[in-house]
Design a binder for this molecule. Structure first.
Ligand SMILES: [Fe+2]
Ligand SMILES: [Fe+2]
Length: 273
């Protein structure tokens, strides 16, 4: 199975027609399309309706998606879920689905930081609530994975589960880009590949502590990696469970290959992630 993945389309109300070619290219190349959150820019129903129209060229290909932080900006997250679900998108929020014998588990995720420097639930109530949100997202991912019985399992996130794929961003904002708590379920359940977005200036690839490939498929990362090519990453699960080349690229990903170095770019505002 080939899966075309991309995140952070940040669809605006004025974007009508802008994404149709991308969806047509993904539909032509893949059996499934996966969208890793920040589908809209300000999280409005108007923006969601525009993107729902853009996926028309891919109407015959299953689309799996999670929402991102931008999709909640206007307090219309539930409405967005309805709009995308009505358009045929399988919106995962702690849910799992099976397509062609492959399992998909998806959740937005949350920030909080990585490793020993991760934010701990200590002190003020608001800090505890923040950490609880990250823990809850990890629990949702865990239960989604536990429901799957397939051999091949794809995990779809918006926030990163590892620090490696946020490298390249200013270190000061690492805690806003993901959480190690999201990695914990990935260590307890067999997973073929993980895709996420959110770190617009992060690194393309990394691995969990137990070696599962993790790809930051944020559209800006893909454009920077392969300028001029349609910005999606094609995961080929038939190639030993690892990922295949981005459309038009010739070098296949091989197990054990170290992450490629990404150039450091000027920092973006956290809100814009
Ligand atoms: Fe984001
Ligand atoms: Fe984003």
């Amino acid at each position: 199975m080939k899966i075309a993945t991309v995140g952070d389309l940040h669809c605006k109300k004025t974007a009508r027609g802008a994404f149709e070619p991308l969806f047509a290219a993904m539909a032509a190349a893949a059996d499934v399309i996966v969208l890793c959150g920040d589908l809209t820019d300000y999280g409005t129903a108007d923006e969601a309706r525009v993107l729902a129209g853009e996926i028309t060229p891919a109407k015959d290909v299953p689309i799996v998606a999670v929402l991102g932080n931008h999709d909640y900006e206007s307090g219309e997250g539930e409405r967005l879920k309805e709009i995308f679900s009505d358009a045929g998108v399988r919106l995962l929020d702690g849910d799992a689905c099976e397509i062609g014998g492959v399992g998909f588990a998806g959740v937005k995720g949350m920030g909080g930081g990585f490793g020993v420097r991760a934010l701990q639930p200590w002190g003020e109530e608001i800090i505890k609530r923040f950490v609880r949100e990250a823990v809850d997202e990890a629990v949702k991912l865990e239960s989604a994975l536990a429901r799957l019985t397939t051999t091949q399992r794809v995990v779809v996130l918006h926030y990163s589960p590892i620090q490696e794929t946020v490298q390249g961003e200013p270190p000061e904002i690492f805690p806003f880009l993901g959480s190690s708590r999201l990695e914990e379920p990935l260590l307890r359940h067999p997973v073929s590949v993980v895709v996420h977005g959110h770190a617009h200036h992060g690194r393309f690839e990394g691995r969990t502590r137990n070696g599962v490939p993790v790809y930051n498929v944020c559209v800006t990362v893909l454009v920077r990696r392969a300028p001029g090519l349609p910005p999606y990453w094609l995961v080929d699960l038939d190639q030993a469970g690892t990922a295949g080349p981005q459309a038009g690229m010739t070098e296949p990903m091989t197990a054990g290959r170290p992450p490629s170095a990404e150039s450091r770019e000027s920092p973006d505002q956290v809100r814009a992630l």
